[in-house]
Design a protein around this ligand. Structure first.
Ligand code: PLP
Length: 407
């Protein structure tokens, strides 16, 4: 499936004019509502990937749609050289629901992490007046695709062919405090991590590691950056994953779920960082634009008013139990793990063919790494939908078993 070619339904492309950066699934999804997506032939799918933890409120959430429509009637773009009310309101809301005091808006997760890296360096170099620039990140991490964030990413596959990489990034072993300790130098400005490594297969940080890491950072004047691009906005059953660990990062980054599918990113930080991002030090033309920030505000209000944090943690516990109970008999299942509704099902075999079968059977899921299937449904997901998804997975595993036994 090297080429993005689709030959059925309303989209009939014999040739695609897109750079072939994506290996596309052979599906064209044209409509969505809540947990359901429809393809261009009218077939429906249960969506357990939510556009990669983006549509946390399901597809086309009513309140967000209304808010976006209102904003579309008013004004679409105003330069950041002027006050933008929706942006101020979303920043205030984000500060209210987090440990951070200040927000910088951008347009994606990579940009939010790029802002975090810049803010950390500038804090040391211009506020504290030292020369620190190094950022410690972790093996198997994922932080984005810009040159700085792919260098921060602890996986070789995103770096291939992009030399030379920017200086100042070192990788430590995840959940290994001694590895962090020995990576610290006079130049260490920050440590950046995902508390649940999503892209590489749903690996959870251990509570003791995280509390030791937070203490170590404090002791050494090293900023702690938590990448919440995938884990934030209710995905793990709390607004942010750091809440599960009883720590407060100096910086956290958001994107995916923040505006229910409109492009947005945010880098949030503690008050002490204010002068690190002084006037003129960083900017983004579209960052914090009226429409995405209006969507972001409605997203967070909906999440809180509908009690979705509690709902997500209940549904996550139910789904993990259900997966373990119903699937433990299959030898290809190694383990099930997760936090809230960010769940990984680890296989003993590569999952790509399994995922293809799941899609054919009407369940949309994504891999995490090569051997893990990620379950990331809408935070509204019902027990019935979870039962249905686990049922489809069971069905596909039985078929696999059958073909493995030569039947
Ligand atoms: C997706 C992701 C990013 C990159 O976000 P983009 O919006 O694709 O740039 C960064 N960090 C984590 C943890 C992610 O899951």
């Amino acid at each position: 499936m090297g080429r993005a070619v689709c030959q059925k339904g309303v989209v009939s492309l014999s040739k695609s004019y897109l750079f072939p950066t994506y290996t596309k699934f052979p599906l064209t999804l044209v409509k969505g509502s809540k947990s359901t997506l429809w393809d261009d032939e009218g077939k429906s799918y249960l969506d357990f990937m939510t556009g990669l933890a983006v549509c946390n409120l399901g597809h086309v959430p009513e309140r967000v749609k209304m808010r976006v429509q209102e904003q579309l009637e008013q004004v679409w773009h105003v330069s950041n050289l002027f006050h933008i009310p929706a942006q101020e309101e979303l920043a205030e809301k984000l500060v209210t629901v987090s440990c951070a005091d200040l927000v910088f808006f951008c347009n994606s997760g990579a940009e939010a992490n790029e802002a975090a890296i810049k803010c950390a360096r500038r804090y040391h170099q211009r506020v504290l007046g030292n020369e620190r620039y190094e950022i410690i990140t972790f093996e198997q991490s994922f932080h984005g695709r810009t040159l700085a964030t792919l260098t921060a990413t602890g996986q070789e596959k995103v770096k291939d062919g992009y030399l030379p990489l920017p200086e100042g990034f070192v990788h430590a072993r995840f959940n290994d405090i001694e590895s962090v300790r020995s990576s610290i130098t006079q130049q260490t400005a920050a440590v950046m991590l995902e508390l649940v490594q999503g892209e590489s297969g749903v690996h959870l940080a251990e509570p003791q590691f995280v509390s030791e890491l937070a203490a170590l950072c404090k002791e050494k004047d090293i900023l702690l950056i938590v990448d919440e691009v995938q884990t934030g906005i209710g995905r793990t059953g709390s607004m942010f994953a750091y809440e599960h660990y009883g720590i407060e990062p100096d910086i956290l980054t958001l994107a995916k779920g923040l505006a229910s599918g409109l492009p947005i990113g945010a880098m949030m930080g503690k008050e002490k960082l204010r002068d690190a991002f002084s006037a003129g030090s960083h900017a983004s033309t579209f960052g914090g634009s009226p429409v995405p920030t209006a969507a972001g505000l409605a997203t967070i209000e909906t999440l809180l008013d509908d009690g979705l944090l509690e709902q997500a943690s209940r549904a996550g516990a139910y789904a993990q139990d259900k997966l373990r109970n119903d699937l433990q008999a299959y030898p290809v299942i190694r383990t099930v793990r997760g936090l809230g509704l960010l769940i990984g099902i680890e296989f003993t075999i590569p999952v790509a063919p399994v995922i293809q079968q799941l899609h054919l059977n009407g369940l949309l899921v994504l891999p995490g790494g090569t051997h893990v299937i990620r379950f990331m449904p809408s935070l509204y997901v019902t027990h019935a939908e979870i039962d249905q998804a686990v049922g489809i997975l069971g069905h596909v595993l039985r078929e696999l078993d059958g073909s493995a036994n030569g039947r």
